[in-house]
Design a binder for this molecule. Structure first.
Ligand code: SAM
Length: 230
């Protein structure tokens, strides 16, 4: 059974598309998508040998070699020009996902939609999308096995639109669409983060002579104000 996290990613795959799943590991997502008729074909990209082998095995086991091609390589370099209309990148940190997008910019011309699932630091992805003309069309936050995950869906378009009427910094941090929906999982995430920051601020205050601590404290107080203000 596919995890709730990857099922949420799968939900947004463009129908009848060829999609590229970057950092596919065991290729669960491409196999699920093809077996359930969510896409026409897929490219599973992996940079590491072990996960690359495990993707190959999974595709073979499901006899999906004609629909899913597994390629070894760094980020979007595994995509041939014009090949993928949809790109999924899941289960990594937000800065790594943003780096993969930045380094593979030239491979994004044919892509209509990006589905990104950062485990942490989604803010780096939102900043990249905003700077590169990708508009967030949907965001989800979900809980599975006591972990909180975000899923960001973007298409080409006016990237400022989702941030209209809200504080930009708060929107980038927490997600403009999630901020508007404000569901229970969202509240839990930012309540947890705020508690965590408050503890650090307390510790830093004990040693307030250190100028570095002062800067760090100011930073955290800014974040706290954003979260509380949102
Ligand atoms: N996408 C799967 C999921 O969400 O369950 C697997 C996530 S796994 C934690 C991250 C995978 O990304 C690893 O298998 C790793 O080898 C791969 N990876 C990391 N950096 C990569 C890059 N630059 N290009 C391709 N794959 C990468």
């Amino acid at each position: 059974n596919l995890s709730k996290r990857l099922q949420t990613v799968a939900k947004y795959i463009v129908k009848d598309s060829i999609f590229a799943d970057i950092g596919s590991d065991h290729a669960y997502l491409p196999c699920y998508a093809i077996l359930n008729g969510l896409a026409k074909g897929a490219v599973a990209g992996e940079i590491t040998n072990g996960p690359y082998q495990s993707a190959m095995n999974q595709v073979k086991k499901n006899q999906l070699e004609e629909k899913i091609v597994v390629r070894k390589g760094d980020g979007l370099e595994v995509i041939n020009p014009g090949e993928a209309q949809c790109i999924t990148i899941a289960g990594m940190g937000g800065s790594l996902i943003a780096k993969i997008l930045e380094e593979g910019k030239d491979k994004l011309n044919s892509a209509k939609r990006l589905i990104l699932q950062p485990n942490i630091h989604a803010v780096h992805i939102r900043k990249w999308l905003l700077a590169n003309g990708w508009r967030l069309i949907e965001e989800e936050i979900l809980e599975e096995d006591q972990k909180l995950y975000e899923v960001l869906v973007a298409e080409k378009g006016n990237p400022n639109e989702p941030y209209e009427g809200i504080n930009l910094e708060a929107g980038l941090l927490m997600g403009p669409i999630l901020l508007k929906k404000k569901n229970e999982v969202f509240k839990k995430k930012w309540h947890n983060e705020a508690e965590h920051w408050e503890k650090i601020i307390e510790k830093l205050s004990l040693n307030s002579d250190n100028p570095e601590n002062k800067t760090k404290r100011k930073e955290l107080e800014n974040l706290l104000a954003l979260v509380k203000g949102g």
